[in-house]
Each structure stands twice: as structure tokens, then as C-alpha cells.
Design a protein around this ligand. Sequence first.
Ligand SMILES: NC(=O)c1ccc[n+]([C@@H]2O[C@H](COP(=O)([O-])OP(=O)(O)OC[C@H]3O[C@@H](n4cnc5c(N)ncnc54)[C@H](OP(=O)(O)O)[C@@H]3O)[C@@H](O)[C@H]2O)c1
Length: 343
Amino acid sequence: MSVERAALAGGYSISRLLMGGWQLAGGHGSVSPAAAHAQMQAYADAGITTFDCADIYTGVEELIGSFKRLRAVPAIQVHTKCVPDRQALATLRRTDVERMIDRSLERLGVEQLDLVQFHWWDYATPGCAAAAHWLDELRRAGKIRHVGVTNFDTPQLAALLAAGVPVATHQLQYSVLDQRPVNGMAALCAAHGVQLLCYGALAGGFLSEKYLGQPAPAEPLENRSLVKYRLIIEEFGGWGIFQNMLQVLQLIAAKHHATIGAVAIRYVLDQPQVAGVITGARNAQHVPATLAAMRINLDAADRTAIAAVQAAASGPGGDTYTLERNHSGPHAAIMRYNINAAN
Ligand SMILES: NC(=O)c1ccc[n+]([C@@H]2O[C@H](COP(=O)([O-])OP(=O)(O)OC[C@H]3O[C@@H](n4cnc5c(N)ncnc54)[C@H](OP(=O)(O)O)[C@@H]3O)[C@@H](O)[C@H]2O)c1
């Protein structure tokens, strides 16, 4: 089964299923380099040739770099991020940004980064557009092929676009549980040709048979991803309505001879402006189920059943990533804002 591809600007093409690298970083249990390379090989061999990582995912750029050096793989595309520390934003200079980009180039062992997704932790600190322009200058200098963003809200992305930053993609959370992109962001992106790359489609693994019919897991949860999406389930309305969603997805999965995860991925792939869905992995076990998303055709009855549960949910509401920017809220409390310099 071949994996659909999406064309970004300038003849650049990605697999619409992307492998996420956060799960190979700390906070998700340790994975040996050999095991990580075997996982990457399995995803690439399956046609999932686009990998997502970040300069703040400890050790992951290096792992992808060594994978590219040591293994004979078909062409892979690597998307990284530029996430300056929150405490450094007020004094950030062009040289700091260039140093971060040079560090990613070196770790990945490439002369050009395919996509750099820029994040700015605090809109109250000026300098966001200036930093994005510095990335664009590095793009024009050849160090970066495309500039994207991650976790912006609609007014701030509109401001960057108005300032002339050529934003190719926006990486954000989008799932059957988290519909916030429809509250303005997807329309803005459609108007400006910005393509969406989506995380959270599996809610860290919660959207799977493993949790169907089960009580809410006891704390502490197994990894940081589950901690993050447990909060999203609470925003959705709690474990009870989440179970309703799992039941609906399971019925749809049975109809299509697939799994809950595959249906959850397909649902996001089908949303307007979505170029790709990033799924995290700690090994290769989920490759077949992820690939199955390619052969599912959700019909009107499937979409209506999912929408009925969504209509009864309490959230998450508002613009993309606004809840997470509320510094006194639970989502912000689990963030690590200042790990770039130490990485
Ligand atoms: N920009 C950002 O702020 C941001 C935030 C989060 C993530 N991301 C990116 O998005 C990627 C995805 O991360 P995520 O946190 O959103 O996690 P996710 O993809 O929603 O969930 C990943 C987990 O789901 C399980 N899984 C994987 N494939 C599956 C399948 N086909 N069916 C059922 N379960 C499956 C695995 O858990 P088990 O091994 O336990 O089964 C895996 O660790 C990250 O690696 C990162 O690249 C970006």
C-alpha cells in the first residue's frame, strides 16, 4: 500500500504520514540508537519517509543524523524546529538563531534543513517577527529549504504573514478530540497557502483499543505524551465522553477492517488544509496499523457519528494553542520552556 504524498511549495514533497521523533526523546522511556534506527528504517521502508523532530527533542536530531549516515535508506525528509528558550526571547539576536540552525545542520549531517518550524513561547515579548525574518534570511542563504511555524494562534500567524514571512506549514494539534483549528486557523492557512502538519491525532496513544472500555489510568502516567493528552481528554469532557468517542471509532474501525488509531489518523488527513499527520513511535510495532489509514474511506455516516460525539463535548475550545499559553493553567504547567540552550 503506497503512502499518499503532499506537495509543498517549490516542488518539495512529503509523505502524508510522518513519523514523529518526540517519543524518542527523554520522558518517553529510553530507546537504544540501534532500536531507534531499526524503527526509522521500518517507517521509511513503509513509505513514511518524512520524519519530524525538534532542536529541543534531546538527542533526536543526532539519532536521525546517524541513521542517515549509517543506513542505506531511500530519500527521507527531515522536519525540525527552532524553539528559542522563553527566558532568551527578550535578548535573542540573529547570531543566536543562526547558531541554532547551524547546530541542527551539524546534528542532522546535512547542508540544508528541509523544513524549520519556528515557535515563539511568549507573544508579550517582542521579537517574534524579527526572529522569523532571520530564519527567512537563512532560507534565502540556502541553509533552510522551507520555513514553517508551530503552535501559533490565528492573530499571530496572520501578523507573521502580513510581515512577509513565507510560512509554508503550521504544525499544530488536530484530532477527533481537538477541533480548535476550525476556529479560524484552518481558514487563515487556506487563504495563504499554509499547509497543516498535525500532531495529537492519536492523543498520545489514548485513541486506541488499549483504552477502550478501561477505567482512566492511574497517575503517574507512563510518559509525557500521555500526560499532555490526558489534559485534552479532560477538556473534551472527561473519561466518560472520551469512551463514547472510542466506541464510535471502534465501530467505524470494525466496518473498515482497521483499528481505532487508523480511523483517527484518516479523520485528520481528510480535514481541509491538512498536508500530513505526524504519529509518534517508540518502535515499529504500529507501522501496519498506521499504514492502514491509507486505505480507509470514511463515509458520511462515519463522519456524522464522530461529529455527534464532538457536538456533546465541552472542548477544547478557542483558538489553536491558546489554552496552552495560559500560564496559570494545567497545560502550561507541564511545559519545558527553557531546554534549548542545554540541548
Ligand atoms: N509541535 C508540538 O508542540 C508537538 C507536540 C507534540 C508532538 N509533536 C510531534 O508529533 C509527534 C507525535 O506526537 P504526539 O504526542 O502527538 O503523539 P501521538 O502521535 O498522538 O501518539 C503517539 C503514541 O501513540 C501510539 N501509537 C503510534 N502509532 C499508533 C497507531 N497506529 N495506532 C495506535 N497507537 C499508536 C504509540 O504509543 P505506544 O507505543 O504506547 O503504543 C505512540 O507513542 C511527536 O513525535 C512530535 O514529532 C509536536
